[in-house]
Design a protein. Structure first.
Length: 113
């Protein structure tokens, strides 16, 4: 069965960094575009970044320069490097597989002092 297991979330102070990981199984990881979404309390889920199977990326304009998406197809793993985190980055972050529309369970990121 399809599994998307996220990890790497947690609490960090403003200005800190986190790297999220999403390990996929049960599907052809290297064939699909994948992305990260986030949902803050009381807000709609929003796209953070997408990456094509061959590595072309698209990061939300407001996050460029701080967030980087990458993938390792050999490890079936998707990454999101988040630097200079701000309190407004606090949200549950979800891994997503475009096409079949698979979602991970989410990992909480909290940025506060």
């Amino acid at each position: 069965q399809v599994q998307l297991v996220e990890s790497g979330g947690g609490w960090v102070q403003p200005g800190g960094s986190l790297r999220l990981s999403c390990v996929g199984s049960g599907f052809a990881f290297n064939e699909y575009a994948m992305g990260w979404y986030r949902q803050a309390p009381g807000k709609q889920r929003e796209l953070v970044a997408m990456i094509m199977p061959i590595g072309i990326t698209n990061v939300d304009d407001t996050l460029k320069g701080r967030f980087t998406i990458s993938r390792d197809n050999a490890k079936s793993t998707l990454y999101l490097q988040m630097n200079n985190l701000k309190p407004e980055d606090t949200a549950v972050y979800y891994c997503y597989v475009s096409g079949p529309g698979y979602w991970g369970q989410g990992t909480q990121v909290t940025v506060s002092s």
